[in-house]
Design a protein around this ligand. Structure first.
Ligand SMILES: NC(=O)c1ccc[n+]([C@@H]2O[C@H](COP(=O)([O-])OP(=O)(O)OC[C@H]3O[C@@H](n4cnc5c(N)ncnc54)[C@H](OP(=O)(O)O)[C@@H]3O)[C@@H](O)[C@H]2O)c1
Length: 213
């Protein structure tokens, strides 16, 4: 599938673009600055320059599936969370419907959809935006896959995960590289369609865990 990666210059996005380049999929890296293009070009990865805060429908030309792994990040305030994580994500979903995408994979966050009383006040706007975008996606007819990783780390991947509707486990972390592999293995995989899945480091190889969903 030709896969648009929204947030390709991010930590998960870069790992995913490389993984898809050596798979049977065709990644297209969506970046928001021209200066971010060359690093992908040197790997022969197609790019499109587009910003979630402007019109970005051109990014969907020839695309079959979308991965949303963008985020305004912790260094900006609630205003950007609203514009990028909520409105940008919802626009990306609406464009996926309009352009008949085969699949939409959303990188959400563990805990975004329940226990608001547990959200720290400083993170409330973030979880609310993530939950709102997820809800919007679930109301579409798209083959959606919502992945809700726990705290992301930059450790080496273990390639072993625990994935499911709601996970009760003390370790609430997962390396970004494993999240990127979960995304790769979810593309075109009907066992992940119409599902919202928590994902953490666990004991089951990623392929096996996903195919047993
Ligand atoms: N941090 C955690 O523990 C955690 C836990 C669960 C889920 N998540 C979610 O995981 C996802 C990916 O995480 P990550 O660590 O890979 O994030 P990251 O490194 O911060 O990457 C986010 C990317 O989004 C891009 N972006 C921001 N605003 C944009 C806009 N207006 N238009 C287009 N692109 C825009 C950024 O572009 P630039 O490179 O140009 O800045 C960046 O490349 C995010 O959705 C995050 O909310 C994070």
């Amino acid at each position: 599938m030709k896969v648009l990666i929204i947030g390709a210059n991010g930590k998960i996005g870069q790992k995913l673009a490389k993984k898809l380049k050596s798979s049977n999929h065709h990644p297209v890296a969506m970046v928001r600055k021209k200066g971010q293009v060359s690093q992908f070009e040197t790997m022969n990865i197609d790019t499109v320059v587009a910003d979630l805060e402007s019109e970005f429908e051109h990014a969907y030309d020839g695309i079959n599936a979308v991965v949303f792994t963008a985020g305004s990040g912790g260094h900006t305030g609630p205003d950007k969370t609203h514009l990028v994580d909520r409105l940008g994500a919802k626009k990306a979903i609406d464009l996926a419907v309009k352009n008949n995408m085969d699949q939409f994979i959303m990188v959400s966050a563990l805990g975004a959809d329940y226990s608001p009383e547990k959200w720290p006040e400083s993170m409330k706007h973030y979880y609310e935006a993530k939950a709102d975008a997820d809800k919007h996606l679930m109301q579409t007819s798209l083959n959606y896959t919502i992945l809700k990783p726990g705290k992301l780390t930059d450790e080496d991947g273990s390639n072993n995960i625990l994935i499911g509707d709601e996970i009760d486990q003390t370790n609430r972390e997962i390396p970004r590289t494993d999240v990127a592999t979960v995304i790769e293995k979810s593309i075109g995989n009907a066992s992940t369609y119409k599902k919202s899945l928590e994902v953490l480091t666990g004991n089951t190889p990623i392929d096996q865990a996903i195919n047993s969903l």
